[in-house]
Write a protein that binds this ligand. Structure first.
Ligand SMILES: O=C(O)CCC(=O)C(=O)O
Ligand SMILES: [Fe+2]
Length: 278
């Protein structure tokens, strides 16, 4: 069977058919790499994909990062378990974010495998930040290119953060280190060379040299722009579906609309590099 590409929406995401990830040829790896860079997130359904296959595919991209906060598989610490039990209310990733933007060298991307999914619900939204940036006015683009922003894991994982006092808190690692980093607001994508808007609602605190209060109106304007339907797609999971997103050029949001049903996903995070200004 030969590989074919099927965009999920005009603005973001592509489904790749006719590829068995566990037996990936070098030419299909090239096709996957190109699709990943253009569309920001790739989806491959009905994969017979063991933990070993997951690790081997991840290692084709780079080194694996162990997340400080997520629970992990007992015998495979490289694989994080993104789980919500039927009696749990709070999910992991239930708001727009880019993974690990609080790290000095943020993760390149994440590879998520659907192990157990609700009959319906539990979809994930994605948004393409190069396309979002391209469609801002020239005046705003020029201003944003001169800014840097502070990111932190504290708003989500820290004391008083989004997960504090929720039923997710006991699932997360208790001793995960918190981290802060400053990045350009407009980065030059390390692979594609495209300009990308690099702030996100979950982890960006403020612009460097500005207060949080001063930063919020402009941040909120950017967030409203970036999540317009034309830059986003909505992905419906099926068991055995594998998704891989580019963490520098996309955001994602795991919808929490399936209370009473169990959902379990396995995730590997790939190490990235420091990000340069555009
Ligand atoms: O469960 C999902 O669909 C995504 C959760 C998430 O944000 C992540 O794994 O990084
Ligand atoms: Fe995430």
């Amino acid at each position: 069977m030969s590989a074919s590409l099927h965009p999920v929406s005009p603005g973001c995401g592509v489904e790749i058919r006719g590829v068995e990830l566990a037996r990936l040829s070098n030419s299909d790896m090239g096709l996957i790499r190109d699709a990943f860079h253009e569309h920001g997130v790739i989806f491959l359904r009905d994969q017979n994909f063991s933990r070993e296959d997951h690790l081997a595919f991840a290692r084709r991209w780079g080194e694996i990062v162990i997340n400080e906060h997520f629970p992990e598989l007992a015998d495979t610490p490289e694989i994080a378990v993104v789980i919500k039990e039927a009696d749990q209310k709070t999910n992991i990733g239930g708001g727009w974010h880019a993974d690990h933007s609080y790290d000095p060298a943020p993760a390149l991307g994440s590879i998520l495998v659907a192990r157990y999914v609700p009959e319906c619900g539990g979809d994930t939204m994605f948004a393409h930040m190069a396309r979002a940036f391209d469609t801002l006015s020239d005046g705003l683009k020029a201003n944003l290119r001169s800014l840097r922003a502070l990111h932190s894991s504290r708003q989500i994982y820290g004391p008083g953060g989004a997960y504090d006092g929720t039923d997710l808190k006991q699932v997360l690692k208790a001793d995960g280190a918190l981290s802060d980093a400053v990045h350009p607001v407009v980065i030059r994508h390390p692979e594609t060379g495209r300009e990308v808007l690099y702030v996100n609602p979950a982890h960006t605190i403020r612009f460097e040299g500005w207060t949080r209060e001063e930063s919020l109106p402009l941040l909120n304007h950017l967030y409203a722009h970036a999540t317009k339907p034309e830059f986003t797609c909505r992905h419906r999971w099926t068991p055995g579906c594998v998704a891989m997103w580019d963490n520098r050029s996309t955001w994602h949001h795991a919808l929490n609309d399936y209370h009473g049903q169990r959902r379990e996903m396995h995730r590997i995070t790939i190490a990235g590099t420091m990000l340069d200004a555009a």
